[in-house]
Unconditional design. Structure first.
Lengths: 290, 178
């Protein structure tokens, strides 16, 4: 008797779960919203566990680096020497730039403001590359915003809860970002494929692409601001064009979510400029006849 | 009945351990792609537990925990939950056989069930046209989960004292019944 009830119960649960799966497949946004609200409810309570965890993982990685401290030190000194030269050059360029701007009377685009958040969790699954931030709608995070770490683009906000927001990293298979390759100025699409170096697809002229070219966001589609650094172009093992990302994915901890003021759009084409003409008599006549 | 009866304390311990497993998988330590794949320790824990103390794992509770883990880990909701539940039920059905065999038999049974489950999942996802990254990630999941299983079983046995009734105890009870 008990066994029969149990079997019926098992069948019922399995059917329910399969039903939920079908629902997820059909009405994805609603179930994803449910998922997000669930995480929004549950995960911020784990926030206190993060800082000891990150400090622990950092200690481990620091310990791993301890054995090459001497070598690293020499390397850093050499690099510093080189950087000093570059700094001088940059300062001179900045001054020159400022002077030229003053001459030109250029107005830069309004500065983008940002809000910083800490990573609460990763996706927990090897099939997905995403992260959950501890900032959400109450902090002014919007769906679709770009996120950067100190250096470069990290991903796009996809799903905002009250106190949490989910970021799809550029390495996720669902990530698509329109980019611009400098200096050749070609447009392309950055496509994640679950590897550390996303693919560069739909390049206008692949022959002009050289490894080491800078890749920045193009701002096409109006979702991302333009000219955010993404990384440098590289050639993958199978000869496919890839991008080595600038953002330090190994040590993602704090992430900035950019708050972009919506850019003004120009509606329609311009009208004729000049004194207003009197209406054409024929059309007026036609209107009266009707 | 040769099994220990239901105890709320043990069931509570199971829930706590399951939540701990989910948290372990969610810890933000692997933000890069192509890192080592984490084992599905929730499934390993449930399978190892169900052989030792089947009555401390009510069906509804197990299903709810698997569904929650589906939600939290960005998996297709419900699919892996139903597969994991069926794997656990399979192990529950085999427990009398497996307890009287050495541990490798139990290990092999789990590995077989997991392999079938992963294949079914891949086929269903393929049929429902859910995008998945290409590569051998399911294979890696299989490998690390199977490797993690003895560790989980040992942990349950020695640290949390979740053990199957001893053969001597069973035979005594059996004798009393007879």
């Amino acid at each position: 008797m008990w066994r029969a009830i149990r079997r019926v119960l098992l069948a019922g649960i399995c059917l329910t779960l399969v039903g939920i799966f079908v629902l997820w497949r059909i009405d994805n946004p609603r179930v994803e919203a449910l998922r997000l609200s669930l995480m929004d409810r549950l995960l911020p309570s784990f926030e206190w566990t993060i800082s000891p965890l990150t400090s622990l993982s950092r200690m481990v990685s620091d310990f791993q680096e301890l054995d090459r401290v001497y070598e690293q030190n020499r390397e850093l000194r050499r690099e510093l020497q080189r950087m000093k030269g570059w700094r001088e050059a940059a300062l001179q360029l900045e001054q020159k730039n400022a002077r030229l701007r003053a001459l030109n009377n250029v107005r830069l685009s309004p500065r983008i403001s940002y809000v910083s958040g800490e990573i609460l969790t990763d996706s927990g699954s090897p099939f997905r590359q995403s992260a959950l931030l501890n900032i959400g709608r109450i902090d002014g995070v919007q769906d679709g915003s770009a996120t950067v770490d100190g250096l470069g683009l990290v991903g796009r906000v996809s799903g905002v809860g009250e106190r949490t927001a989910r970021v799809i990293l550029l390495t996720d298979i669902n990530s698509r970002v329109p980019v611009l390759v400098q200096p050749s100025g070609q447009r392309a699409l950055l496509t994640g494929d679950n590897t550390n170096a996303p693919l560069l697809e739909f390049v206008e002229d692949p022959a002009q692409l050289r490894p080491g070219d800078r890749v920045v966001t193009s701002g096409d589609g109006g979702i991302f601001p333009s000219d955010l650094l993404v990384g440098t172009a590289a050639v993958g093992p199978q000869g496919r064009q890839r991008v080595r990302l600038s953002a330090e994915y190994k040590r993602l901890e704090f992430i900035r979510v950019l708050r972009q003021a919506p850019s003004e759009t120009i509606p329609g084409t311009g009208d004729l400029i000049g004194p207003s003409f009197p209406l054409d008599e024929i059309t007026v006549q036609g209107a009266i006849d009707d | 009945m040769t099994d220990y009866p239901f105890s709320p304390l043990r069931a509570g311990l199971f829930v706590l351990l399951a939540l701990g497993c989910m948290y372990f998988n969610l810890m933000p330590i692997q933000t890069t792609a192509e890192t080592l794949v984490m084992p599905d320790i929730l499934l390993g824990l449930a399978a190892a537990w169900v052989i030792r103390r089947p009555h401390c794992m009510p069906l509804l509770l197990t299903a709810a925990l698997f569904l929650l883990s589906d939600f939290l880990m960005y998996r297709p909701v419900g699919l892996w939950a139903v597969i994991a539940l069926l794997i656990v039920e399979f192990m529950r059905g085999q427990r009398d056989v497996l307890r009287n065999r050495p541990f490798p038999a139990e290990w092999a049974a789990f590995a077989g069930a997991l392999a079938v489950g992963l294949i079914v999942e891949a086929v269903v996802l393929q049929l429902t046209l859910v995008a998945r990254p290409s590569g051998d990630i399911p294979l890696q999941v299989f490998a690390v989960t199977v490797v993690a299983y003895p560790v989980l079983a040992l942990l349950l046995h020695s640290v949390f004292r979740v053990r199957a009734p001893k053969p001597a105890e069973r035979s005594r009870r059996l004798g009393r019944v007879v």
